[in-house]
Design a protein. Structure first.
Length: 88
């Protein structure tokens, strides 16, 4: 079970809201920093003229993704960045 599978199942469980998961891809891979950034492209059943419904659905997906990432312990902690205040 992967993060992408969970998102796909979320979309499939809401056929009156979402048409399909059009794409799920890694857009940034930072092996040195230990993280990968993903983009999910979803197609909504409503047109953009019904922006309220689309934005509410988008917020629901974002909340779901946050819940799944917490359950999967997908956390990123930025490394401390040294600050050089010397004058050269």
């Amino acid at each position: 079970k992967t993060f992408g599978d969970d998102i796909e199942n979320f979309v499939k469980d809401r056929p009156r809201e979402w048409l399909k998961l059009a794409a799920f891809r890694a857009t940034v891979v930072q092996a040195d920093l230990g993280y990968i950034e993903y983009v999910a492209v979803l197609q909504h059943m409503e047109s953009w003229q019904n922006i309220g419904d689309v934005l509410q659905s988008q917020a629901n997906v974002a909340s779901f993704c946050l819940e799944v990432s917490k359950k999967m312990e997908m956390r990123f902690t930025a490394p401390p960045m040294p600050v050089d205040l010397s004058i050269t």
